[in-house]
Unconditional design. Structure first.
Length: 439
């Protein structure tokens, strides 16, 4: 789907309804998932298996709109400088006001298109381009512009609309185009006509059944971002990888990588024919992701991390670590969980001998176990203040668990190591703990 639209018409649409269209005082502090998705630590960890510090980093918010995402970036990455650009002068004006209102003065905003980013004369550690690239005339030129201002070890987070998931909305856009409602920036009358048509359709009609949300129907922003979005386009995974190859950028990971695990689509992986299991395991990352979206196209956005090609690098997955690797490892609580409130809750859970479920505070992957019982939590308590070596945590574990609960004999170091790993690994897999090799 690609309705050819003049860029000035798109600008007019966002001048009339800046995105996000929310009050200046709205704060994202309680939106844990939004903060997590905009935390640059995740992308660098996915590539380098290292936990970076955001202090002093420079972040570009490309297509910043009214600055709400810029505010999330500022909250999620303490000490980073935020630079926002957008083609809508009205949106840029609101973005400036928004960040000043919330006390983030280390920020600047410019009304320029993506291709003019080099004129800023700034090299960026991290580039966030959220809900923008599917509106610009060409994805590859946009990615090349980002690459030109990206530091050698920097990372780009960007996304594109999924043509498979959005096919209903794309059909709707073709309807409104045929009826003459997408010849320019939509007006209030256009929104009201869309509401009237959709509400009057029979409930069994596919377009209504698959796209209409009555509870959101009064929102001009929702209607404009879906049914009347000028210039909207969608792609599949192979096209995404083609854009990256054309831009000489290296794919790192999908942003919500837990969701894109092909194995999680099956009830029992071991019940598949051996030949098919082998075939699936030998597929490239691109082919695995494409199969996933063909099986289960539920993600509106193909949201990804990429960066300059890093050459041949050997990073040993945690699943393949030796005893030596573990003894040299550094353990981090995810920065977003290192809050005084959660530390207090953890200490209360320990004193009341009850478990704590990290998913109650940050649900990254609802299918991953993230509950930890009180004595195990006591061993990890120092992580709320700072990272610790695995050996430091092991010493604490041995003090708290001197006896093997099965043999009732003194815990050996080997037994204690296995017990501690059995606590850490599920929290690593759920994303709540980050493990660094110190080699």
């Amino acid at each position: 789907m690609n309705i050819m639209t003049n860029i000035d018409e798109i600008r007019n649409q966002f001048n009339s309804t800046p995105y996000y269209n929310c009050p200046l005082e709205d704060s994202p502090k309680k939106n844990k998932i939004q903060l997590y998705c905009h935390n640059m630590v995740n992308s660098f960890y996915r590539r380098d298996q290292k936990v970076i510090n955001s202090e002093g980093k420079i972040i570009l918010d490309a297509g910043c709109g009214s600055g709400y995402k810029s505010l999330i970036l500022a909250e999620a990455n303490p000490g980073a400088k935020i630079v926002g650009i957008d083609m809508s002068d009205k949106s840029v004006e609101i973005a400036r006001e928004r960040l000043k209102y919330h006390g983030f003065y280390n920020s600047e905003f410019h009304c320029i298109p993506i291709e003019k980013i080099p004129s800023l004369g700034i090299k960026f550690d991290y580039i966030n381009c959220d809900d923008v690239l599917y509106l610009v005339p060409g994805v590859t030129p946009g990615l090349k512009a980002f690459k030109s201002v990206l530091k050698p070890d920097g990372i780009i987070r960007a996304n594109l609309h999924s043509s498979l998931q959005r096919q209903g909305f794309f059909r709707g856009q073709r309807i409104w185009q045929k009826l003459g409602f997408m010849d320019g920036a939509p007006e209030e009358e256009d929104y009201e006509i869309v509401r009237s048509v959709m509400r009057n359709l029979k409930d069994i009609i596919d377009l209504k059944r698959t796209t209409w949300r009555e509870q959101q129907s009064e929102s001009v922003e929702w209607l404009g971002a879906n049914y009347l979005l000028l210039g909207d386009t969608g792609i599949e995974i192979p096209e995404l990888f083609a854009f990256l190859r054309e831009s000489n950028l290296e794919f790192i990971s999908m942003l919500n990588w837990h969701y894109w695990d092909l194995l999680k689509l099956f009830k029992n992986w071991d019940d598949l024919p051996m030949s098919l299991m082998f075939q699936l395991s030998e597929l490239s990352i691109e082919d695995q992701l494409h199969l996933h979206e063909l099986f289960h196209p539920k993600q509106r956005l193909l949201d990804f991390f990429c960066g300059h090609p890093q050459g041949d690098r050997t990073i040993v997955p945690v699943e393949e670590w030796t005893d030596k690797d573990w003894k040299q490892a550094q353990v981090h609580l995810h920065p977003q969980l290192r809050t005084e409130d959660l530390k207090e809750e953890a200490m209360t859970a320990i004193s009341e001998t009850r478990s704590l479920n990290f998913n109650d505070y940050l649900c990254i992957d609802p299918l991953s176990p993230s509950t930890i019982e009180s004595t195990a939590l006591g061993a990890l308590l120092p992580l709320f203040d700072s990272p610790c070596s695995f050996l430091q945590l092991l010493q604490r574990w041995q003090t708290l668990h001197p006896i093997n609960p099965i043999t009732w004999e003194a815990n050996t170091e080997t037994e204690a190591t296995q017990q501690l790993k059995s606590v850490i690994i599920p929290l690593y897999e759920s994303g709540h703990l980050l493990l660094e090799s110190q080699e």
